[in-house]
Design a protein around this ligand. Structure first.
Ligand code: PBG
Length: 317
């Protein structure tokens, strides 16, 4: 055959490879998750996620500032309350841990603060909704989600990220925000959240493992792809501004399909178990991190939530 196609021509020199590279990461792609624990006197390193620090109210603004100085536009806040109860009342308290942390960051920094909205880390039973009569109740839980969203917006959160997988959660939250002068606050919905074993290290940090039953009755079955499309379609209809898929690496096919079918900004969450695998010691963490993040972006994600955001941003400098 003449002329002969030789794909190695474009791979021969570094500059050439850079020129033809189709997908590149920038720190602007990342969201950096941060944990704040009301019980802590000083920050500690997580056992289940080596390298991830659990913060106090006092240490969290500095950590957010580090992210911002590395070019990361947003953080995602998770709060660990000192006290839990049956209905997770700490989640919507004005003096709740996430509300206080959000205000502490917003007082000193100009960056996007996203707040995770869920009940599992505030309830004694560890479920993402109100538990009664052997079930997690959908509509009763929605009422609480509306209250949590408003309390987070009052603390100046820019984006509310509901992760509880209740039906109708985006609509309820949108209505609650609109009725309370928060029309400009965005909703980034965990639209496709699979019932995954990759959340284990996170649950260890949060103390949010359900004390009985799993989360199968509300999180998605990992064998399902068409159902994932239906989840996104509903959230779009209900007013979501950004769609999220979680976990990321085991679900690249789903990311690709959602990208092909919807035009909304798309986020993928590289979760705690994915991070723990990269950090496990068998791989070169830095290189494997960049490779996996690039794959997630290549599959079609605009935004990547990752515990490696700071490491990746520094490596890209
Ligand atoms: C709360 C929530 C979870 C994660 C994010 N929000 C845990 C769960 O559903 O059990 C997991 C994040 C991670 O593993 O990094 N519902």
């Amino acid at each position: 055959m003449y002329p002969e196609v030789r794909l190695r021509r474009t791979r021969d020199k570094k500059k050439m490879r850079e020129m033809v590279r189709e997908t590149s990461l920038t720190p602007g792609d990342f969201v950096y998750p941060l944990f704040v624990d009301e019980k802590l006197k000083k920050p500690v390193e997580s056992c289940s996620m080596p390298g991830v620090v659990i913060h106090t109210i006092d240490s969290v603004p500095e950590a957010a500032g580090e992210a911002r100085d590395s070019g990361i536009p947003a953080i995602l806040l998770f709060g660990i309350p000192a006290k839990k109860d049956e209905c997770g009342s700490g989640s919507y308290s004005k003096e709740g841990i996430v509300q206080r942390a959000t205000r502490a960051i917003k007082d000193v920094l100009d960056m996007v603060v996203i707040t995770d909205l869920c009940l599992c880390n505030y309830t004694t039973h560890g479920h993402c909704g109100i538990f009664d009569g052997g079930k997690v109740l959908n509509d009763e839980t929605l009422e609480l989600y509306g209250k949590i969203a408003v309390s987070q917006a009052e603390a100046e959160a820019d984006i509310i990220a509901p992760s509880g997988m209740m039906d109708g959660m985006v609509k309820t939250i949108r209505e609650a925000l609109d009725e309370s002068r928060f029309k400009d606050v965005l909703i980034m919905s965990y639209s496709i959240k699979y019932c995954s074993s990759f959340y284990e290290p996170f649950r260890e940090v949060m103390g949010s493992d359900p004390s009985f039953m799993g989360r199968e009755s509300y999180q998605m079955d990992f064998g399902n792809r068409r159902e994932a499309i239906r989840e996104v379609a509903l959230d779009v209809e209900e007013g979501a501004d950004i769609i999220m898929i979680k976990p990321a690496l085991p679900y690249l096919d789903v990311i690709k399909e959602v990208r092909d079918r919807f035009d909304l900004p798309l986020a993928a969450y590289q979760v705690s178990g994915e991070y723990a695998m990269l950090k496990g010691g068998a791989l070169n963490y830095g290189k494997a991190l960049i490779e996996t993040l690039t794959s997630i972006k290549r599959a079609g994600s605009d935004i990547i939530v990752t515990y490696g955001a700071l490491d990746a941003s520094r490596a890209l400098e």
